[in-house]
Design a protein around this ligand. Structure first.
Ligand code: AMP
Ligand code: MG
Length: 426
């Protein structure tokens, strides 16, 4: 990766060392964006439940062993394996009991056993538990013929976590299991990075906001709603700055204000060839912004850079292109800016495509797809039909992208393709 500053890149005709002025590969754009991100540094302390979806700003270290003591994995009887004869049947006297939260008082004599329940502490001098289903028991003793493996059915102290172990690392995105894990350590609060502030607005003279009457040639602004949804699912502090007409003064004012109180500014529209010129001049006056043509469909135009200290993404105007570029570039960048250490790209899985697809080589296509379980028991995928980048209904119908890379040409029905699931992405 080039070590040039973004300012240098913005001012050179060839923004990257291996930049193709006509189009940039998807992966190259991703890598360039990643090299120019400054994650938030400020932190706050939260009660663990409030940390769901946030990024840890500290390592969580286990203050003790989990479990804290050897304990039984079964309802049964505990004894010392050395007391058991391995041939024929064994009879042991029952001399006490241990329940979860109610341990045995005293010790277990040689040749004796105790009744023990799942989770109960295994007392000193005892190393093995036999499940109750494997013995015949009366009030005073048990008899069994099973051969014994010393240590069986006993969960050892520290086998989950040991004292001093780093349980979760700084930069970890908190999931439901993590809340329980931290609670199991008796830790009530955690330090996380503060929420990322993301401002967004739409651009276009044709846009009408909800609540207003549509005039001739006008459309309702839908991008602000999909952006709101995607940003909210990601857990950022999203601020909607409205629909701004293609008016340089208004746009400049909105961008300048947003830059003062946002970590990230997202806009939609106004970055495509032909339309971009004044937006380009404006953005380059206010900050350092690169205008890319990405070798992808949909989502070809993309602007990226900085306005003041705020990161800037200029997304295309077409409603589907907004979502595709958000998922392919912005989502990962925002996770990094939120403090997440190396967020994983959405995994790709294989599926048999039942629709033929026309595809030109030389660009990556993200076709809207429906992944379904066929009667054969295999996962198959079909396209949602019309793939025009303005057809938002097909994005709504989709549960995945069919990802066709630059080398891929036309797809015959029955071919295996890569799909990227949308469910649970953010
Ligand atoms: P642009 O990138 O500004 O040239 O816009 C490309 C297409 O997307 C045009 O058909 C616009 O009308 C449409 N578009 C732009 N912004 C929005 C928006 N916020 N909501 C719905 N459609 C939009
Ligand atoms: Mg426009």
């Amino acid at each position: 990766m080039s070590k040039k500053t973004l300012a240098e890149l913005a001012n050179t005709p060839s923004p990257c060392d291996d930049y193709d002025p006509n189009s940039m590969a998807v992966n190259q754009a991703r890598a360039t964006i990643k090299a120019y991100l400054n994650p938030v540094k400020e932190t706050e302390s939260l009660e663990i439940r409030s940390s769901l979806g946030r990024i840890l700003a500290e390592d969580i270290i286990s203050p003790f062993n989990v479990p804290g003591h050897n304990n039984s994995a079964m309802d049964g009887y505990a004894f010392n394996s050395a007391d058991v004869e391995q041939s024929g049947s064994t009879t042991l006297k029952i001399t006490g009991s241990a329940f979860a939260g109610n341990p045995l008082t005293g010790s277990v004599q040689k040749g004796a056993c105790i009744r023990i329940m799942t989770g109960a502490a295994v007392p000193a001098g005892v190393d093995t538990v036999i499940a109750q289903e494997r013995v015949s028991a009366d009030a005073d003793s048990i008899t069994f013929t099973d051969s014994i493996k010393p240590g069986m059915n006993v969960r050892l102290a520290g086998e989950d976590l040991s004292t001093g172990q780093v349980v979760l690392k700084q930069g970890h995105l908190m999931h439901a299991a993590d809340l329980g894990l931290i609670a199991s350590l008796g830790i009530p609060d955690v330090k996380v990075y503060r929420k990322l502030r993301v401002s967004f607005f739409s651009t276009g003279d044709e846009l009408t906001s909800l609540g207003q009457t549509l005039e001739d040639g006008q459309i309702y602004d839908s991008n602000r709603y999909t952006l709101f949804g995607m940003l909210t699912r990601l857990g950022v502090e999203a601020q909607d700055l409205g629909a701004i007409p293609d008016n340089p003064e208004l746009l400049e004012k909105t961008l300048a204000t947003a830059a003062q109180h946002s970590d990230v500014i997202l806009t939609s529209g106004g970055v495509s060839v032909g339309e971009a010129d004044y937006m380009k001049q404006l953005l380059q006056k206010l900050g350092q912004v690169l205008f890319w043509k990405i070798a992808m469909k949909p989502g070809r135009p993309l602007a990226f850079g900085k306005i003041g200290d705020a990161h800037y993404f200029g997304l295309p105007g077409n409603p589907v292109a907004v979502m595709v570029t958000f998922y392919q570039f912005v989502r990962e960048a925002l996770l990094i800016l939120m403090g997440q250490d190396a967020p994983a790209m959405q995994p790709l899985m294989n599926a048999v495509c039942v629709s033929p697809i026309k595809k030109a080589k030389g660009r990556t296509e993200f076709q809207r797809g429906i992944l379904f379980l066929a009667e054969s028991g295999h996962w198959q995928v079909k396209t949602t039909g019309n793939q025009s980048s303005g057809v938002l209904s097909s994005m709504s119908a989709a549960n995945c992208f069919i990802v066709l890379d630059e080398e891929t040409g036309n797809i015959e029905a029955g071919a295996t393709v890569k799909v990227q699931l949308l469910d649970g992405v953010i």
